[in-house]
Design a binder for this molecule. Structure first.
Ligand code: KIV
Length: 285
């Protein structure tokens, strides 16, 4: 990729899908990773509330606040000025009312320079999506395994396994599209259900996270794809590079070299001119 690329817009995303080119999407939570993702040509970044687990060490996404999300989104925008960035609405930042949802969605746009927001949920979120879209903010919906409702869903597991459950997801996807969501993410939904939803989508892009190859594009959690999250590795996540092992080995070398006094070497420190040093010694006497 070249140093600077043209800013990818919503129109650009639809154009890519119309040309049959899969959209690439990764989570990201910090400046250097955002820089590398943009350099690598990633189309979209999700500043996900998964940062509660991957970056802050909570055991769920629920404790994440709007201020956490804004701070990380700002860092990501600084690192990836020309990438389409999705700000993820954290738990209870949109559920209570349309007014609260619009206000918090607006913070992602005004304070962090995001291109749109994402929220979780089906039919019950139709009213919220309408209100946020009417306020001029593009919305991504999220169906299937929705981590903010993981207790209600009975854990991190496949959703829409039965015909009845699949039908509900298919209907929800249509409702979100009709409410104005320009994109719907399907997380851990069976591949054939994802295919049906993608084929039926008209003004809406469908993205897959563990839901098969037939969507308009793919999302992965960055920490899963690069083995940076020590607590578990979901089956759907391919490890594209084992950065975790590289970092661990580097850390062990650092500890060893400092312990054995082989680090630092002269090229790692700074010297003072002899005459300045001699003068310093004189002054100290
Ligand atoms: O927060 C996040 O990263 C997400 C993904 C799990 C889709 O919402």
């Amino acid at each position: 990729m070249s140093e600077e690329r043209k800013k990818l817009t919503l129109t650009g995303l639809f154009k890519k899908a119309a040309e049959g080119k899969p959209i690439t999407w990764l989570t990201c939570y910090d400046y250097p990773t955002a820089y590398f993702q943009e350099q690598a040509g990633v189309d979209m970044i999700l500043v996900g509330d998964s940062l509660g687990m991957t970056m802050l060490g909570y055991d769920s996404t629920l404790p994440v606040s709007m201020d956490d999300m804004i701070r990380h989104s700002q860092a990501v925008r600084r690192g990836a000025p020309n990438t389409f960035i999705v700000g993820d609405m954290p738990y209870m930042s949109y559920q209570p009312s349309n007014e609260i949802a619009i206000k918090n969605a607006g913070r992602f746009m005004a304070e962090a320079g995001c291109d749109c927001i994402k929220l979780e949920g089906g039919e019950s979120m139709v009213e919220r999506i309408r209100a946020i879209v009417a306020a001029g903010i593009p919305v991504v919906g999220h169906l299937g395994l929705t981590p903010q409702s993981v207790s209600a869903l009975g854990g991190f597991k496949l959703q829409g396994k039965t015909a009845e459950a699949a039908l509900r997801i298919i209907e929800d996807a249509k409702l979100l599209e009709k409410a104005g969501a320009f994109m719907v993410l399907l997380e851990m939904v069976p591949d054939r259900v994802c295919k049906i939803i993608t084929e039926r989508a008209r003004d809406c892009l469908i993205m897959s996270l563990g839901s098969g190859p037939d969507a308009h594009g793919q999302l992965l959690i960055y920490h899963d794809a690069f083995a940076l999250y020590p607590n578990f590795k979901p089956r759907m996540a391919k490890v594209f590079a084992d950065a975790g092992s590289v970092i661990r080995a580097g850390l062990e070398s650092y500890v060893k070299e400092v312990t054995e006094k082989t680090f630092p070497q002269p090229e790692n420190w700074f010297k003072m001119a002899d005459e300045e040093y001699d003068e310093l010694v004189m002054k100290l006497k």
